[in-house]
Design a binder for this molecule. Structure first.
Ligand code: SIN
Length: 287
């Protein structure tokens, strides 16, 4: 018989469309089945879930991420570790502006970022991203989350009908990353996915284009596609669809990349910001 059947989880919505703070769990300890079911339900219901005041080892973070699906593969091992670390486990990535010998120790080091879906430029974009905050600047560096469901549901019906079944092209350039073979090449990836994505677990449709990475509409001349995409970006970034997260040390935030975009505000380059990131792997998106 399964002795553990209840959860102490409290779910507090943060805005009308997106975000909930989850209270009552210590994530440094394994969770029982009821807790795991409850946090998964909260994630699907609220798109972004927040746990405050956590102290996690890297093993704890990987165990937590695995409650939501297969843990995703991420980047290359770091060349430098932050103070206090002698290892970074595989499948954990640092997001940080801290520099050693002039080089950032982590990815996405500096300042503002436009709205985007993580990994949309890949064939199998990650379903979710989890960030655990270790160091934060005194101001700025907020992360904004916009509900793709709200954007889809409220889009002008004529525009929406004209785009149903169409796909968009996405592109992301990682800059001057060198290949291991010494030839050197720009590292970039491109993909094509439905403009409106059906979430495989909730069955709801969400806007699935973003200002940072979406570059065109399949089969449409760019001069025709550009103003349409601009309309979609402007609509999906409306203030009423957004939750703005102001970070505290010890925050754990998990967002659903299938039905939300996120952006980051600028922050002082003289102050340190350090987060550990894990992801929930995804699959090929059906047409
Ligand atoms: C990201 O866009 O994945 C990073 C967000 C952040 O650093 O707040």
């Amino acid at each position: 018989m399964n002795a553990v059947t209840r959860t102490n989880l409290e779910v507090i919505p943060l805005t009308k469309h997106i975000g909930a703070e989850l209270r009552g769990l210590d994530l440094s300890k394994p969770l029982n089945e009821a807790d795991v079911a409850a946090i998964n339900k909260a994630w699907l219901d609220h798109i972004v879930i927040l746990f405050r005041g956590q102290t996690l080892s890297q093993e704890d973070q990987l165990r937590l991420t695995a409650y939501f699906g297969e843990v995703g593969e991420l980047g290359r091992p770091p060349k430098f570790f932050p103070p206090g670390f002698n290892k970074i486990l595989p499948r954990i990535m640092m997001i940080s502006n801290i520099r050693e010998n002039g080089e950032p120790i982590g990815a996405l080091p500096d300042g503002e970022m436009m709205f985007h879906h993580d990994m949309i430029h890949h064939q199998k974009p990650h379903n979710g991203t989890l960030l655990y905050s270790l160091e934060i600047p005194s101001h700025g560096g907020d992360t904004l989350f916009a509900s793709g469901y709200a954007a889809y549901d409220t889009l002008d019906p004529v525009l929406r009908a004209s785009l149903e079944g169409k796909r968009a092209r996405h592109h992301y350039n990682y800059g001057s990353t060198q290949r291991g073979d010494g030839k050197g090449t720009e590292a970039f990836a491109e993909s094509v996915h439905p403009i409106f994505r059906t979430h495989e677990q909730t069955g709801r449709k969400a806007m699935y284009v973003n200002r940072l990475m979406t570059v065109g509409i399949e089969g449409m001349p760019d001069e025709e596609a550009k103003p349409i995409l601009e309309k979609l970006f402007d609509h999906s970034e409306k203030a009423e669809f957004i939750y703005t997260h102001k970070w505290k040390v010890g925050d754990v935030l998990l967002w659903d990349n299938r039905c939300s975009t996120h952006a980051r505000t600028d922050f002082p380059d003289t102050e340190r910001r350090l987060m550990l990131r894990t992801t929930v792997a995804g699959t090929v998106i059906p047409r």
